[in-house]
Design a protein around this ligand. Structure first.
Ligand SMILES: NC(=O)c1ccc[n+]([C@@H]2O[C@H](COP(=O)([O-])OP(=O)(O)OC[C@H]3O[C@@H](n4cnc5c(N)ncnc54)[C@H](O)[C@@H]3O)[C@@H](O)[C@H]2O)c1
Length: 322
């Protein structure tokens, strides 16, 4: 069965595509290579993936329904893993329309092509941000997600709600995966690990919102990829074939401790500028991963010490830092 991965030039899309290709499965990748962050990173990820003969890439925007539908028809796609989205909480404060376009209109197109092409399983990325400002931890799939703090979270919550209606009416098996702060090699330059590493190497000070008191369930990319991979052949068999899973590490860390590991690894200290809590930011995330564990046996393997080490190794090699 042919698999389409949207957002395959992105951080998670790249790693997931690589894993599936390694299993000798053909992957059709799609991405509009937008300039939210350095497009060279995205192009290099695609260049890397294209070394495998089973990878076929299309530069396409999911907002272009006709092109998207033609691709799915032509390639006889039966499984869609939808990762393309405008990501990032903070960017959504100043640029909500971008989120509306890619995450709502784009997601609607994904649902429509799933309906029209008899898709056997649609897996799509959601986020821990849907949990909003809660005091009850760890966060489980049954907890409320009715009060998103950012428009980014609102679009992802909407995706889950939209997917439910398609699973109910058209019986399309959909699985939403709520990722918890993903990090690792070839990661996103707008996220903490990448930003901190770059600044420490360049002797620049680091801004820490919420005075550095954020707590995050940092999850290593390979664990995220394993979690998604374990779900591909497991579409819901329920009468409404709809599922939601957390994919996290289950062991939250203070952002300040995370920063300390980075400093230790780079053997360099940095100046910290503490700033107040940024609107839209969630103070703490901590995933309960029992549901996915029961369903597929999912168990995260990489702790932040090893994960950070692997990222820094990649960073130094990629940017040729001594
Ligand atoms: N990285 C995380 O910590 C994290 C956490 C929670 C959820 N997520 C979600 O996981 C998914 C993947 O995230 P990522 O970290 O790899 O982000 P990313 O930005 O690296 O990847 C997203 C990719 O989608 C592409 N894209 C965006 N809009 C598009 C459009 N309209 N048409 C076609 N392609 C488009 C981008 O060019 C990019 O390459 C996203 O849906 C994101 O919201 C990520």
């Amino acid at each position: 069965m042919n698999i389409l991965i949207t957002g395959s030039a992105g951080f998670i899309g790249y790693h997931l595509t690589k894993k599936i290709l390694n299993k000798k499965i053909k992957v059709i990748g799609l991405d509009n290579i937008n300039s939210y962050y350095d497009t060279n990173l995205k192009k290099n990820r695609i260049r890397e993936l294209k070394k495998n003969k089973n990878f076929f890439f299309y530069n396409l925007d999911i907002c272009e329904f006709r092109k998207l539908n033609n691709l799915i028809l032509k390639k006889n796609i039966k499984i869609i893993i939808h990762l393309a989205a405008q990501a990032g909480v903070r960017y959504s404060i100043k640029n909500p329309r971008t989120y509306f376009d890619s995450n709502l209109q784009g997601f609607f197109n994904i649902l429509e092509v799933s309906r029209l092409n008899n898709i056997k399983h649609l897996i799509y990325a959601s986020t821990s941000s849907v949990y909003g400002d809660t005091k009850k931890f760890p966060l489980s799939e049954k907890d409320s997600t009715d009060y998103p703090l950012s428009f980014y979270a609102a679009t992802k919550k909407s995706n889950e709600v939209m997917a439910h209606s398609y699973s109910f009416i058209y019986k399309i098996p959909t699985t939403g995966v709520r990722f918890f702060t993903v990090y690792g090699p070839f990661g996103r330059p707008d996220m903490a690990l990448f930003k901190f590493t770059k600044k420490i190497i360049n002797d620049q000070s680091i801004e820490l919102f919420n005075n550095g008191n954020h707590i995050r369930d940092f999850t290593y990319i390979d664990d995220i990829v394993d979690g998604v991979f374990s779900l591909i052949k497991k579409p819901s068999k329920k009468s409404i074939p709809y599922e939601i899973f957390n994919i996290g590490n289950g062991s939250p860390k203070k952002l300040l401790d995370y920063l300390k590991y980075i400093e230790k690894n780079l053997d360099k200290n940095t100046k910290i500028k503490k700033l107040p809590l940024q609107v839209g930011d969630i103070v703490k995330t901590h995933s309960n991963i029992n549901k996915l564990n029961k369903f597929t046996g999912y168990k995260p393997k990489t702790n932040i010490k090893i994960g950070i080490e692997k990222f820094i190794e990649w960073y130094k090699d990629y940017y040729r830092v001594n």
